[in-house]
Design a protein around this ligand. Structure first.
Ligand code: HAM
Length: 469
């Protein structure tokens, strides 16, 4: 007997045996089902999420995807090109690039020994990796600037709290090989418009750290000042005074706030060329009507920055929600410091979990409404033959750029139309037995209930006409 016939025979046998059984009104759980439930509970008891890590499940996953698409759209529109570097890098890369004395290197890196004894780590940020790749692959031989973007996971052993994870994701954009201040302005525009395209209004906080030479004299002044106020500083800042005094400016501790407010400001120590550079960046922002606040205490926590540094915060009354959605700046010395030629560069990175938190709060919709409130087309089928045909038509539509929602598991037309309503579908395509044979399909206007019979070959044109696309 052929396998197909054998399967049919078995199927008939099973249905016949089932028919012979008395109907059970309230289905009781079988012993196997009870066992399965017990096992699931036991496993759930043993499973855990590592501290500081996060799952993204639907419907939040749909919102996450929308954010990724928006990122890809804006990065490519501004002529950035996609890159990938490994998540695992040599620990020494970040020690050299980000700097000893920074929290990222001293406290937060996931560093471990490889099986061959080498020291490797999970990358805590992407800029150092980009600089390494630029040098190793000789990207200075390509037309400059090299404009690249990426989205990927980063790891920092930070104290987890709202908006702060141990694994998080960044949209990273870097422009390497161009010293003009227009690059800094363009990066700010890209970052600002990324948030705006997602419906987030933000304010740019901006500062200049000048060149290392500008900073040398400033640091002498700053350390002198903080030493005179040492007793008012928090314990962390007392340590920073020895290791990385600039970072004291970034301290959020209330006890340090008064001391920081009176501290000398770097802008007063900038050389004339550094001042002009910074003023030019600000003039671009004025021209582009990007709202910014000059923030003399803004240093960002990475040692490689020179000249412009910036971050963006959501425009909200809620001060707790005002953590930086993104951070960036110029890093003209980094590539040379890592062994490459002297190469100007700048970039930024957006914390995607933080943006996601704003989107979730703003749209509230995530758990209450289906995603994509824009007009939708639903595809309903009736009967087995139609179900088989459905996938073919959906694929044809997809190839012509039209995606339709559907649920092939649902057999009843009523249930499918209910689903179409839930998705806010403006039109539903209905394919039944008769339509399969006629080569037609019904196009139902969900608001008026009017149905039109359309040739299956003309579905695409009909939908394009309806949506004006
Ligand atoms: P960053 O300031 O360390 O810069 O991080 C950029 C953004 O990543 C932050 O503004 C924040 O939104 C997000 N972020 C940082 N740490 C966490 C965390 N533990 N949990 C969730 N989100 C976090 C950099 O990483 C630089 N590489 C940016 C850059 C690119 N500069 C020049 N080019």
């Amino acid at each position: 007997m052929s396998p197909k016939k054998e399967m049919k025979k078995k199927f008939v046998k099973v249905t016949q045996t089932k028919k012979a059984k008395p109907v059970n009104v309230a289905p009781k759980k079988t012993a196997a089902e009870i066992d399965e439930a017990k096992t699931a509970k036991k496993i759930a008891g043993q499973l855990m999420l590592v501290r500081g890590m996060k799952d993204v499940l639907p419907p939040q996953g749909d919102l996450w995807l929308k954010m990724l698409r928006t990122a890809a759209d804006i990065a490519t529109a501004y002529d950035f090109h996609y890159f990938e570097t490994p998540v695992v890098e040599a620990t020494s890369l970040f020690v050299r690039a980000v700097g000893r004395g920074t929290d990222v290197v001293d406290k937060e890196m996931y560093t471990f020994e490889d099986r061959d004894g080498g020291k490797i780590c999970l990358r805590p940020e992407m800029t150092a990796s980009v600089a390494r790749a630029y040098i190793m692959h000789g990207l200075h031989t390509q037309p400059q600037p090299v404009k690249i973007w990426n989205i990927g996971p980063l790891f920092r052993y930070d104290r987890p709290q709202a908006g702060r994870y141990r694994e998080f994701h960044q949209l990273d954009c870097e422009t390497i090989g161009e010293a003009s201040p227009v690059v800094d302005a363009e990066l700010i525009v890209v970052a600002y418009n990324f948030l705006r395209d997602l419906g987030i209004t933000s304010t740019v906080r901006v500062n200049s750290l000048g060149t290392p030479a500008d900073r040398e004299q400033y640091l002498v002044e700053l350390v002198g000042y903080f030493r005179s106020k040492r007793s008012y500083l928090c314990e962390d800042c007392k340590k920073r005074l020895l290791k990385n005094p600039l970072r004291i400016l970034d301290c959020k501790n209330d006890s340090c706030a008064g001391v920081i407010a009176e501290a000398p400001q770097i802008v007063d120590w900038l050389s004339e060329p550094s001042k002009t550079f910074f003023m030019t960046v600000l003039e671009y922002l004025d021209e582009l009507e990007i709202p910014y606040i000059l923030t003399p205490t803004l240093v960002r926590g990475l040692d490689y920055y020179t000249h412009t540094v910036f971050e963006m915060v959501e425009d909200t009354e809620d001060e707790k929600a005002q953590s930086s959605l993104l951070g960036g700046g110029r890093y003209d010395g980094l590539i040379e410091q890592l062994g490459g030629q002297s190469t100007p560069a700048a970039g930024f990175a957006v914390g995607l979990e933080r943006v996601m938190a704003v989107l979730e709060r703003q749209t509230k919709a995530v758990t209450e409404q289906p995603m994509n409130p824009k007009p939708e087309v639903f595809f309903a089928h009736l009967g087995d033959q139609a179900r088989r045909r459905t996938l073919k038509i959906i694929e044809e539509l997809r190839r012509s750029g039209l995606t339709v929602r559907h649920n092939l598991a649902k057999a009843s037309l009523k249930a499918q139309l209910e689903l179409a309503n839930k998705y806010n579908a403006t039109h539903t395509l209905i394919l039944g037995q008769k339509e399969v044979q006629d080569g037609t399909i019904l196009v139902r206007n969900m608001e008026s209930g009017i149905q039109e019979i359309v040739d299956q070959k003309k579905v695409r044109q009909t939908l394009q006409k309806i949506y004006g696309i």
